[in-house]
Design a protein around this ligand. Sequence first.
Ligand SMILES: [Fe+2]
Length: 358
Amino acid sequence: MKKLLMAPVWLVQIFTQTKSFTRNPILGSTLLNRLGLHVARIVLAHSIMRLRMLILSRGVSKQHRQSYFSNGYILIPDFLTTRAFAELKQEIHLANAEVRECTQGDTLTHRIMLDENSLPTMPQAQRFLQSLELRKLLKFASGVNGQPVSYVQTIKNHFVEGPPDPQKNLHSDTFHPTMKSWYFVDDVDERNGPFTYVPGSQQLTFARLRWEYRRSIEISEDGDRYSGNGSLRLSSEDAKEMGLPPARGFKVPANTLVIANTHGFHCRGNASERSTRTELWTISRSNPFNPFPGIDHPWLTNLQNKALHAYREYCDRKAIKRGTVSSWHVIEARNTIGQQEIIPDTDEQSRQLLHEAS
Ligand SMILES: [Fe+2]
């Protein structure tokens, strides 16, 4: 009965960004994937997204367009003036806003959402997000004529006991082009885990399509947790099969902007020590089958942020009923960003620091 009721939903989801092989039995059908369903979705989604990117490419330099299409990323050092960077960094360290935390393996990630609640007290961050150059680049890279969801994000490597962080395995976020950006507030090197990307791996080559076809059948039959979710993992054998170059770790100084198409293979780089990395981070993921890039209006940006906020609160309530906390739960500390220099020795000290920071 449930299957009968859900069938129309699963059918409609074929033409959305839904990516899970395990939660949608149509997308996870071995027979349909043998017939080429997964590959057909990829080809159609990439064609439409390329059209949207081209529509939004006005005002983006040829060099940046070429880099995004061929390498899968845009890298801009010294994005802000020295003074603007210093002011922004100071503002981030003094920010007093709600912090949500997620634990993945032995990594903690802290995020402050940049929305109508936090931005009025963060004028430098607001100026950064509203800069014409950034807006043009992000619109082009995402294929969306609108604002991405934006955060101050701190990655805290080796801050908790746990297995290795699953985000440190090379993977593709989803089957279609999707954009993330990092404006690094800290210098990034092997100590705090550079963002890592396989150059050119976002391209739909014949080898990639052949690999996607094979993986879609394998995952439909018996996939691992993350690949079954639609984020396909990349092994060294896979990389060799597709003829991909070695991954590049972005060891870059602070004040560098990186924009990447995370359909390409990427991961958080390994961090050699207990360390943090803070960045202004944005994400844009839209329906790749919709040929219209959308309408840029502050009202729609607010609506998008409010919907996400409401979803997080819904997850909080559900988790409380189960006697636990949601995967992205609010922590007591209002600002955990300025702790880079303070390295607690134990988890107990870490908890104390979080309390002191509140
Ligand atoms: Fe990812």
